[in-house]
Write a protein that binds this ligand. Structure first.
Ligand SMILES: Nc1ncnc2c1ncn2[C@@H]1O[C@H](COP(=O)(O)OP(=O)(O)OP(=O)(O)O)[C@@H](O)[C@H]1O
Length: 245
């Protein structure tokens, strides 16, 4: 099976020498991949690189077999993403905003917009101006925009940030449904390890710009350790290595 996302030696160093180094990751159809790591580990940097929002210093990104440095539109045509807090046109309503997003795609009927607004729990407020939305409501709208064109791969950076408990449950159910019913693949960065444990089939742990450990959640849990224990253990090992260096 060909990977739908493949990064090779992906490297981006900021002036501070922080960033990510030589990250090699493959995502396969149907994968729901959780990217875990402490603050500043490099998760957002990685997600920005694979969506072409920033350019790598070295290495490459292939999406659906297209190298995005040369064939960006081709690689991104089946990808939806939500990375960092979205900027909206505040004077629009949610409905108008999604109509605007829909214009970037060949054919998205109004029924699809209705369905997505219902899915993310914004149906009742669809005619309210976005400037009156809370952070969580804006987060839901960003998620709605990401799933609108029914992409094969959805890339989400901290998607439950700002969501209340009901919103978090809605999010979890929506991801599970899209994964089960449509075979949609996901890569999700989050600090909510319990959310990821329930949602993901694979996880990767990033620390100080390196992909330290990867695994299938089912196999990791067989070792009689929770995902949290695996995570803490890996971070302790990484910190120990740093202290010795
Ligand atoms: N534009 C930038 N210029 C300089 N340094 C940056 C820039 N963006 C990120 N960094 C640094 O690169 C490192 C990785 O940041 P990144 O945002 O990718 O981490 P993260 O894992 O997403 O963190 P968090 O969980 O806090 O969102 C951090 O040390 C950060 O300070």
């Amino acid at each position: 099976m060909n990977p739908i996302l493949e990064t090779s030696d992906l490297t981006k160093e900021y002036g501070s020498r922080r960033g990510i180094r030589e990250m090699n990751l493959q995502l396969y159809p149907g994968d729901v991949y959780g990217l875990l790591g402490p603050n500043g580990a490099g998760k957002t940097t990685f997600l920005k690189l694979i969506t072409g929002l920033i350019r790598p210093d070295r290495g490459s990104v292939a999406l659906f077999n297209a190298n995005i440095a040369d064939h960006y539109a081709q690689g991104m045509q089946h990808v939806g993403s939500m990375i960092e807090s979205a900027d909206f046109h505040d004077f629009l309503t949610a409905w108008q905003y999604l109509k605007l997003v829909a214009r970037f795609y060949p054919h998205i009927p109004d029924q699809r917009i209705e369905r997505v607004l219902e899915d993310v729990g914004l149906w009742k407020v669809r005619k309210d101006k976005i400037k009156n939305y809370s952070t969580g409501m804006k987060q839901k709208l960003a998620l709605a925009a990401a799933i609108l064109p029914e992409p094969k791969l959805i890339i989400l950076d901290e998607p439950t940030n700002g969501l209340d408990i009901e919103g978090t449950v809605m999010f979890r159910k929506l991801i599970a449904r899209l994964s089960e019913e449509s075979g949609t693949s996901f890569i999700i960065s989050s600090h909510m390890i319990h959310e990821l444990e329930q949602l993901c089939n694979r996880i990767g742990i990033v620390y100080e710009g390196h992909l330290r450990k990867e695994g299938y959640v089912s196999q990791l849990l067989q070792a009689n350790q929770s995902l949290e224990q695996h995570y803490i253990e890996e971070i302790q090992v990484a910190k120990g290595e740093n202290n010795r260096a």
